[in-house]
Design a protein around this ligand. Structure first.
Ligand SMILES: [Zn+2]
Length: 120
């Protein structure tokens, strides 16, 4: 049995763990190319961004402040080092975090209110 959370974080289908979850860098594929699971209902919305802001914000702010206090480098060293590092960390976290959130929705059978959830 595939762990849907690990598979999602790795960019794999949360149901079978074989097919790819993404169709591009962050665009979720319409369905799994291995087992046919539909990803159309999964919409992570702002979820990944919130967690990345909290996680990367803490790591980068703490790291830069620790660096500044411990080594007292010139300000340009801080900018040249920590700004690109922040971009790299954020871009590195985006895909796994979005995959994790889509997989969590898929595993919990969650969907957006509306469409066929609403009784007519
Ligand atoms: Zn699949």
């Amino acid at each position: 049995m595939t762990n849907p959370y690990l598979a999602g974080a790795a960019g794999r289908c949360p149901r079978c763990g074989e097919g790819v979850l993404f169709d591009g860098f962050l665009k979720v594929a319409p369905a799994c190319d291995a087992c046919g699971a539909a990803f159309t209902k999964a919409d992570s919305g702002d979820g990944p961004a919130v967690f990345i802001i909290l996680i990367a914000g803490f790591l980068m702010a703490f790291g830069a402040m620790f660096h500044m206090i411990a080594f007292n480098p010139p300000i340009w060293v801080l900018l040249v080092l920590w700004l690109p590092l922040t971009v790299i960390v954020v871009l590195g976290l985006l895909r796994p975090m979005k995959g994790l959130m889509v997989a969590a929705q898929f595993a919990q059978n969650a969907s957006q209110a509306g469409g066929d959830d609403v009784r007519k």
